[in-house]
Design a binder for this molecule. Structure first.
Ligand code: 3H9
Length: 699
């Protein structure tokens, strides 16, 4: 018998159990074990029905994602699924934990499904750039209806056991012991003389669909799925389910699944799946490092950022004190928070009671003394070192021993900030991204003296407040902003070379970014960039560097907030302003910068290769631990589409040889200052390796 799938009998019911920790993924041995066990079941005259159940924390959570980079090995899942369905004695799937992807497909191959109330079921393949490729696109519409199935597969969101029961996916919700409940269910089937219920024989009610159903459905998902390949393939599979005989539609599903699996998008999305799990692993801070208890948080600075930060804690039931310097600022801050909550309440996404509960957890104050019992204090004041140092000096006086003192600085030296206290081991950077109550990234900046338990506490806290915590080291701009500066630099330079902002932003948007760099600059505030450029000690010695930002700020054009920046604004809508390109041309003449014909390809190349080269420097310097950590930063904090997998994965998909030759091309045109390849790129291009291979080989 297989090591990961066992066969036993409980009276006249066969118990087929999968035991493949951690999540019972359908690796080759599991597929082989299932095939063998169901064969045994059919050959066992004493077994009249079977229960498929899993050991450990969950039912099968899907195909083994690590196998998708290797050649397919038989038995491939659809074959096992049809073998289960073809059993002539009833089979019951007993679900706990999460039956996801191939897991739910296997459960839908069974003739009946029972689940504990805490179970969830879903087809999340779309988030891996895939479609449910083991007959899921054919079975879910048969069980739950076309619309429900499409929504579940396009969103990838799981359903609770109760919802799955209500939709017809689960036949019974079990109270108490799952195995006993499933065996009892099987016994009832036998007593009632009920045989297998073969899902593939259920007719889909195509007549109830409106004539334009699929066209309308495509329109309804267009915005949310922009640029992604898999969602359209899922819709095509469901169209096939409605219009083709079952086995023809399964063939179609298989073809489209293969296209998805071999796409660069799926490779990128699978890369991110593992990157998001790897990011939590810190070699010198093991998982069992004791963390400090965080029961009360304080935020110093009640501006948009501070307020957003406070909301994160209130949302998970942690009381927060919000400290401001005067009543007016405090009232303004509390009003911003209130209106941030009112939005989702109006949309019905949050109840008034939930909002009231959150608001009650945020206590405004003007007094530092009120921070004395906070376990964590996050400073979110003006981005100026002198101001931050003053705040930390005060915190050092009032905060209790053991409190973590964090700065929300986006660029400044956390070690310098720490040095303004007598407890640098308790100081760390917690860089939230605007809007702080929405964006899922948290850069956790480890100073030279930050204690390990402070790092462990903040990593755990990120999870508590549902953020992706990425640990980085100290440098100007850390990982995200430091790599964003060369990207903005090139966007600015191209403006001087004659590329209109709206064209550049459109090209970048079409590549997949949520917004182009000029739109982002205006949104963040050109004055913010200007101030950063002025504070940056190692700013490049280049008069053209972010020249237009400086000029526009001098004219009072600060971006969206002043109604004009790189664009003019009608409400929040950017409108191209010919004055800006006129100014750019004048400036280009003054700086002797030639006007160039720049292709869309060059726009993408210059922006992203400049960013990638900085990423390679960051890796060389140990500012980020892994290339995949950088990818997590960009997909969670900078609007990079998941189907690109982040800048370093994108570089790997291009090949570092290509990245290197692009660097050399621009070096020949612009000189060494910006375009000297990072030593790591030089090395990997020579050896023909990727960042991922380099990371794996260093262990
Ligand atoms: C599919 O099924 C395709 C089919 O339609 C067609 C086939 C023909 N494979 O997330 P966690 C690892 S596509 C391999 O930290 P949690 C994970 O890397 C698949 N490994 O735990 C981690 O490893 P490590 C459709 C997997 O409790 C460890 O397990 N299914 C897989 O927070 C623990 O994971 C999905 O997309 C896998 N499928 O969450 C579900 N899943 O400890 C993907 C997990 O070394 N999985 N690992 O870092 C999940 O969503 C979550 O893992 C789950 C548990 C909710 C199950």
């Amino acid at each position: 018998m297989s090591e990961v799938v066992s066969y036993a009998r409980d009276g006249r019911i066969a118990i087929i159990m999968v035991d493949n920790p951690p999540v019972n993924a359908l690796s080759l041995p599991v597929r082989q074990g299932l095939a063998q066990s169901f064969q045994t079941f059919m050959a066992d005259p004493a077994a009249l029905a079977a229960v498929l159940i899993c050991n450990g924390r969950t039912f099968i959570a899907g195909a083994d994602i690590t196998e998708f980079d290797k050649p397919i090995e038989e038995p491939w899942l659809p074959k096992v699924i049809h073998q289960i369905e073809d059993c002539t004695k009833p089979v019951v799937a007993a679900i706990h934990g999460t039956a996801l992807g191939g897991g739910l497909e296997t459960a839908m191959a069974c003739h009946y499904r029972v689940a504990v109330a805490s179970a969830q079921v879903g087809l999340p393949e779309v988030s891996l750039g895939l479609l449910p490729g083991a007959t899921g696109t054919q079975r879910l519409p048969r069980l739950a209806g076309v619309r429900t199935a499409l929504d579940a597969m396009i969103s990838g969101k799981p359903l609770s056991a109760a919802a799955a029961h209500q939709k017809g996916i689960v036949d019974q919700v079990i109270d108490g012991d799952l195995k006993a409940g499933a065996v009892a269910f099987a016994e009832e089937l036998l007593k009632g003389g009920k045989g297998p219920r073969v899902i593939r024989n259920i007719k889909i009610d195509a007549a109830s669909l409106t004539p334009n159903f699929f066209a309308d459905y495509r329109k309804s998902i267009a915005r949310d799925t922009r640029g992604f390949f898999a969602p359209e393939q899922i819709v095509k599979c469901v169209e096939a389910a409605v219009s083709l005989p079952y086995f023809d539609a399964v063939k179609r599903e298989n073809e489209l699944f293969m296209q998805c699996m071999n796409s660069s998008q799926s490779k990128a999305q699978r890369h991110l799946f593992f990157a998001e799990r790897e990011v939590a692993k810190i070699p010198d801070v093991p998982k069992d490092t004791p963390a400090r208890t965080i029961k009360k948080v304080a935020v110093v600075g009640g501006g948009t950022m501070g307020g957003g930060i406070a909301m994160n804690f209130a949302n998970v039931g942690i009381p927060v004190i919000l400290k401001e310097v005067n009543q007016e600022a405090l009232d303004r801050g509390m009003n911003i928070i209130r209106s941030n909550y009112e939005g989702p309440v109006k949309k019905g996404k949050l109840s008034q009671a939930q909002m009231d509960k959150c608001m009650a957890l945020i206590q405004p104050t003007l007094n530092y003394a009120d921070l004395s019992d906070a376990d964590l204090v996050i400073e979110a004041v003006f981005e100026t070192m002198a101001v931050k140092m003053e705040v930390f000096g005060k915190l050092d006086e009032v905060c209790k021993v053991g409190a973590i003192l964090a700065s929300n600085t986006s660029t400044l030296n956390v070690d310098e900030i720490a040095a303004s206290t007598k407890r640098p081991a308790d100081v760390i950077g917690l860089h939230f991204f605007a809007p702080a109550n929405v964006m899922t990234l948290l850069e956790i900046v480890r100073g030279a003296k930050t204690a390990k338990d402070v790092v462990a506490t903040c990593m755990a806290l990120a999870k508590t407040i549902r953020k992706m915590g990425v640990l980085v080291r100290v440098c100007f701009g850390f990982v995200g902003n430091r790599m964003y500066f060369p990207y903005i630099r090139e966007a600015q330079r191209m403006m001087l070379e004659g590329v209109a902002p709206e064209r550049l932003d459109r090209v970048v948007y079409e590549w997949g970014m949520a917004m182009g760099p000029h739109g982002v600059s205006d949104l963040s505030g050109l004055d913010v960039f200007d101030k950063l450029n002025k504070e940056w000690k190692d700013k490049p010695n280049d008069p053209a560097y972010c020249r237009m930002i400086g000029l526009l700020v001098a004219k009072g054009r600060l971006g969206q907030k002043s109604g004009a920046g790189i664009y003019k604004y009608e409400g929040r809508n950017p409108v191209p302003d010919p004055e800006v390109m006129k100014l750019a041309r004048q400036e280009a003449t003054a700086l002797k910068i030639p006007q160039l014909e720049i292709s869309d390809e060059e726009i993408i190349e210059r922006l992203f290769i400049a960013m990638i080269n900085e990423g390679a420097l960051i890796l060389d310097e140990g500012i980020a631990m892994r290339p995949s950590d950088i990818d997590v930063v960009y997909c969670h904090g900078y609007g990079m589409p998941r189907y690109r997998g982040g800048p370093m994965q994108y570089a790997d998909s291009l090949g570092l040889g290509r990245v290197h030759s692009a660097m050399q091309k621009y070096r020949a045109r612009y000189g060494d200052l910006y375009w000297t390849p990072a030593p790591l790129i030089e090395k990997l291009a020579k050896s023909g390796k990727t960042f991922a291979q380099w990371n794996a080989e260093r262990g």
